[in-house]
Design a protein around this ligand. Structure first.
Ligand SMILES: Cc1ncc(COP(=O)(O)O)c(C=O)c1O
Length: 448
């Protein structure tokens, strides 16, 4: 990220005199909070390109769209069924909205040591146990590119008369290629957010919020969106949201086709390398976004963290994220065949330094679990905080979201107890070079 890759995905004529785009609400520039002119037109063009009933530009990323969506779907005190592999923006949104989560665990691939997707059966079970929930929120694709089956999930959720929200932060490009899984809207989601800045040639913080059906109260959604977005929205961000839409609408299928061809050709070269690149066949029952390059490093005896460092130091390549086992690279229409090939050449080069780093066998992680929730998350916000060493946190209730970042999936949420296993695992991640949000530079966490 960002998906324009230092401007390579944006035609040069659109990159001149960017400072002259930095405007405010004056005659002729329209107003994000009351769009009647250029912004209204650009949002309508986005709605038609992405197949939405209505689309909104977001200037604070998918984060603000998730907050507004949660507030629109739920009343304070209600429950929301949420995939536990959600981003911290979802958890914070529920805290702000006074909403209590009912979490569903994603499936887990022992083979790649990563979370895969949420099944329709798991969603059905959650709805059976929490029929009062206001709706369901699923993250898809996940950071690794795995796509839960939204068609099946939407059928289950709609049978209960509830809305399905999809955090499609990583999937703004899906609508533009038949070679990729269907977008959330195509698959029946009622509302979704997309971080254009992640997978389209758009600027950081630029995102879309799309409404897909009348199960969403548009008036209520707009009420919260208007409340939450800045009154000084960046015209630079909004302009590139429009440009990204135009690029993808006109050329997206061709550009994505070329990108997918070059990735496929490179994947074929990895066969005997010891590095396994995640593909559709590795996640049976789920879809897979094949623009996402997720490579498992266990066969080389090194952690993803170590591979990330080597790629940066030796090959001048910055991956999107790493975990104990894998690295994840986001490729977009801004990446040409030469850049993709250079990435795979560099991965093959890592073989020369294999055996360096933490051996996968030393690692105990077996996927997300659900800690006991001991306090209403919203009650936690006002509790008196206490800062203690992570090593002493077992049995204490967290005030913060504790999440290795990226991908930002929570291991402990506000109101949940640290378990001894979670503490050991977090210590291990930090020893291996991972960064964990919610643990300060002195290794302390905040408990109540
Ligand atoms: C799954 C997911 N949802 C939401 C977000 C937040 O998106 P943004 O940074 O556009 O606010 C992220 C960011 O990494 C994410 O990975």
């Amino acid at each position: 990220m960002p998906g324009h890759k230092l401007g390579m995905g944006i035609p040069a004529e659109f990159l001149k005199e960017i400072e002259k785009l930095d405007l405010t609400e004056i005659s002729g520039t329209d107003n994000l909070h009351n769009p009647t002119g250029a912004i209204k037109e650009a949002q309508e063009l986005a709605a038609s390109a992405f197949g939405a009933r209505r689309s909104f530009f977001l200037v604070n990323g998918s984060t603000v769209g998730l907050h507004a969506s949660i507030m629109a779907i739920c009343r304070p005190g209600q429950r929301l069924i949420v995939g536990r592999d959600c981003h911290r923006a979802v958890i914070n949104g529920m805290l702000l909205a006074g909403v209590t989560p009912v979490y569903i665990l994603p499936e887990y691939s022992e083979n790649f040591n990563l979370n895969t997707g949420i099944t329709a059966a798991a969603v059905g079970k959650a709805l059976e146990t929490a029929p009062d929930a206001a709706g369901v929120l699923i993250t898809r694709p996940n950071y690794y590119g795995v796509c839960s089956n939204i068609e099946e999930i939407a059928d289950v959720v709609h049978a209960y008369g509830k809305p399905l929200a999809v955090d499609e932060a990583h999937g703004a490009h899906l609508a533009f290629s038949p070679r990729l899984p269907a977008s959330a809207l195509e698959a029946g989601a009622d509302i979704c957010v997309q971080s254009a800045h992640k997978t389209l040639p758009a600027f950081t913080q630029g995102a879309y919020l799309h409404i897909g059906s009348d199960r969403i109260d548009e008036e209520r959604l707009w009420y919260f969106l208007d409340m939450l977005q800045t009154t000084s929205p960046s015209y630079v961000i909004m302009t590139y949201l429009d440009i990204a839409r135009e690029i993808m609408q006109k050329n997206g299928e061709t550009l994505l086709g070329r990108l997918l061809d070059s990735i496929e050709a490179c994947c074929a070269r990895m066969a005997a390398s010891g590095i396994r690149v995640l593909g559709t066949d590795d996640v049976p029952g789920f879809g897979f976004d094949t623009t996402r390059i997720t490579a498992n490093m266990s066969g080389l005896g090194m952690t993803g963290y170590h591979a990330e460092n080597l790629l940066r130091e030796k090959y001048n390549i910055q991956v999107e994220m790493s975990d104990l086992y894998n690295i994840v690279c986001i490729s977009t229409v801004a990446d040409d065949a030469v850049r993709i090939s250079r990435l795979f050449d560099s991965l093959l080069g890592l073989k020369k330094v294999c055996g360096y780093g933490v051996k996968p066998s030393e690692i105990v992680y077996r996927g997300l679990t659900l800690p006991d929730s001991v306090a209403e998350p919203s009650g936690i916000i006002n509790a008196l905080p206490d800062r203690i060493a992570l090593e002493n946190a077992a049995g204490r209730i967290s005030r913060e979201i504790i999440s290795p970042y990226p991908p930002g999936m929570a291991l402990v949420c506000p109101g949940e107890k640290f378990t001894a296993e979670t503490v050991d695992y977090l210590v291990h991640i930090r020893q291996c070079g991972g960064i964990v949000h919610g643990i300060d530079e002195n290794g302390n966490v905040v408990v109540v």
